[in-house]
Design a protein around this ligand. Structure first.
Ligand code: LLP
Length: 418
C-alpha cells in the first residue's frame, strides 16, 4: 500500500517498521502516518487552489486530538456533528470561524454551545431545528448563520447504509420544499441566511452523482438569490471515496473540476467536508494471530482484534486488504480471518488469500484510518485499542490503552446493592 510499503519484506510507514511499534505498544493498535494525512490534505488544497474553498475536515472520521492538531496546523476547518466534536476541534486549535455544524438532531444545549462559540455555519436539517436555533439565538442576543441541508433526491451509488441523498433518507430538507424553508428562515429573528448545503453519501467513487446533486444545488442557489436571499456559501458535503479493493477513484483535481463546472459561476465560497479521503489510507489496524484453527471446511486465522475494534466489515460487509506485516514467507493460503468476539459477524474476511501465517505473526488490516478507531466499543469488556502516530523516524502513542480498572470504574453500583 502506498503509505505502508514493504522494505526488505518488513512493512514500514515513513521510516518506522510496524513490527518495532508492536514491540512497544502491544497489539492490537491503530497506526497512522502523519505524512499521509498531510499529503491527503494538501492534495485537496491544491485541487481547490483556484476556487475560494474552505476545507472542513469531517471530525467523525477520526477525532483523535493529534490527528486534529495535524490538520489544524495545515489550516483545516472542521465539520462537526455534536458538541463533543466541537470541543475536540476547538481544543486542537481549529478556530470557531472554520467550524460547520451538521447533524439531524442537534439538541438545545448543543445549539447554545455552538452559538456561544460563534461558529461559521449551522447546516440545518429541518424546519423544527431552524425554529429552535432561532429561539436560542434570540435568547442569547446573537445571530445564527445558517444553510439548509438540501436533500436533492439523487442516488449516490454507494452502500445503502452510507447513502444519504435519496428522498427516503432522514437527511435534509427536500429540494422541492427548499424555497419555502428559506422564506421561513428569512422571516425568523436571529437567523442569517448564508448558504446551501448538500451531502449525498460517503465512499462515492464516481463523479456523476456529485455532478447531478451540484447541478440541482446551483439551480436552487440562483432561484434563492432571485427570491431576495444572499447565498454566499455552498457546502458540498463529504469528499471522495477511497480505494479499498481496487476501485478506480477520480482524482481530487477531477472532483474540483466538477465542483467548478457546476458551482463556479455562483460567486460563492465553497465548503468541503472530506473525512475518509483524508484519513482512510493513512491508517492501519495492527493485530496478532492468536491461533490458526484448522476447521472442518476452512482454515481460520484468529486475531486479537475484533469487530469492537473495527466494525466496518461486520456492519457494512466492507472489504479491507489484510496483509502480513512480515512479508518474507510468500506462500499463500486462504483463511477466514476472524476476531475473538462471541459473534459470527466478528469476521474481517472470508476465504481470503494471504501469506501463510502462524500464531504470533503480525497482521495489518489496511485503510483503517477513517471510521476505524472512532467506531470502536467495549463490547465483550474489551479495552479500546491504542492509537499511534508516526512522523518520519518517530512514533508516539496518541491514545493510550485504558486499564480494566478504568473500564470497571465507569459503572456505579447503587448503595442498595452493596
Ligand atoms: N459531511 C457529512 C454531513 C457527513 O455525514 C459525512 C459522513 C461527511 C461529511 C464525511 O464524508 P466522507 O468524506 O468521509 O465520505 N461509518 C461509515 C461512514 C459514514 C459516513 C457518514 N457521514 C463507514 O465506515 O463507511
Amino acid at each position: 500500500a502506498k503509505h505502508f510499503p514493504y522494505i526488505n519484506s518488513h512493512m514500514f510507514t515513513e521510516q518506522v517498521a510496524i513490527a518495532d511499534i508492536a514491540k512497544q505498544v502491544k497489539t492490537p493498535f491503530y497506526c497512522y502516518s502523519q505524512q499521509a494525512i498531510e499529503e491527503n490534505y494538501l492534495s485537496y488544497q491544491q485541487a481547490f487552489a483556484k476556487q475560494d474553498a474552505l476545507i472542513c475536515y469531517a471530525v467523525k472520521a477520526n477525532g483523535n486530538q493529534a490527528v486534529l492538531t495535524t490538520l489544524a496546523n495545515l489550516g483545516s476547518g472542521a465539520d462537526v456533528v455534536s458538541v463533543g466534536e466541537i470541543k475536540r476541534a476547538l481544543s486542537a486549535g481549529i478556530p470557531a470561524n472554520k467550524i460547520v455544524y451538521s447533524g439531524v438532531a442537534k439538541s438545545e444545549s448543543e445549539i447554545e454551545f455552538a452559538l456561544e462559540q460563534d461558529i461559521f455555519q449551522f447546516n440545518v436539517e429541518s424546519e423544527p431545528e431552524l425554529e429552535l436555533i432561532s429561539q436560542v439565538a434570540s435568547r442569547l442576543n446573537t445571530t445564527a448563520a445558517i444553510a439548509f441541508r438540501i436533500n436533492p433526491d439523487v442516488c449516490a451509488q454507494t452502500h445503502e447504509k452510507i447513502s444519504t441523498g435519496k428522498a427516503e433518507n432522514k437527511f435534509g430538507v427536500p429540494i422541492s420544499k427548499a424555497r419555502q424553508a428559506y422564506q421561513q428562515a428569512a422571516s425568523l429573528p436571529a437567523i442569517k441566511v448564508q448558504g446551501v448545503d448538500v451531502h449525498i453519501g460517503s465512499q462515492l467513487t464516481q463523479l456523476s452523482p456529485f455532478a447531478e446533486a451540484f447541478a440541482r444545488v446551483a439551480e436552487l442557489v440562483t432561484q434563492l438569490n432571485e427570491d431576495g436571499h444572499t447565498i454566499s456559501v455552498v457546502d458540498i458535503g463529504g469528499g471522495l471515496g477511497i480505494d479499498y479493493q481496487g476501485e478506480q477513484v477520480p482524482t481530487k483535481a477531477e472532483y474540483a473540476q466538477v465542483v467548478h463546472d457546476a458551482l463556479g459561476d455562483l460567486n460563492c465560497q465553497i465548503v468541503i467536508e472530506p473525512g475518509r479521503s483524508l484519513l482512510g489510507d493513512a491508517g492501519i489496524l495492527v493485530s496478532s494471530v492468536v491461533f490458526v484453527k484448522h476447521g472442518e471446511e476452512r482454515e481460520f486465522l484468529m486475531l486479537d482484534a475484533g469487530m469492537n475494534d473495527l466494525l466496518r466489515p461486520s456492519l457494512y460487509d466492507a472489504y479491507h486488504d489484510i496483509l502480513a506485516v512480515d512479508n518474507s514467507q510468500t506462500e499463500q493460503q486462504a483463511y477466514d480471518i476472524v476476531g475473538p468476539v462471541c459473534e459470527t459477524g466478528d469476521t474481517f474476511a472470508k476465504s481470503r488469500k494471504i501469506n501463510r501465517s502462524e500464531a504470533g505473526d503480525l497482521i495489518a488490516i489496511m485503510s483503517c484510518g477513517a471510521y476505524g478507531a472512532v467506531m470502536a466499543s467495549n463490547y465483550n469488556a474489551r479495552l479500546t485499542v491504542p492509537e499511534v502516530l508516526v512522523s518520519k523516524d518517530n512514533f508516539a502513542l496518541i491514545r493510550k490503552r485504558p486499564s480494566y480498572d478504568d473500564l470497571i470504574k465507569q459503572d456505579i453500583v447503587p448503595d442498595w446493592l452493596a
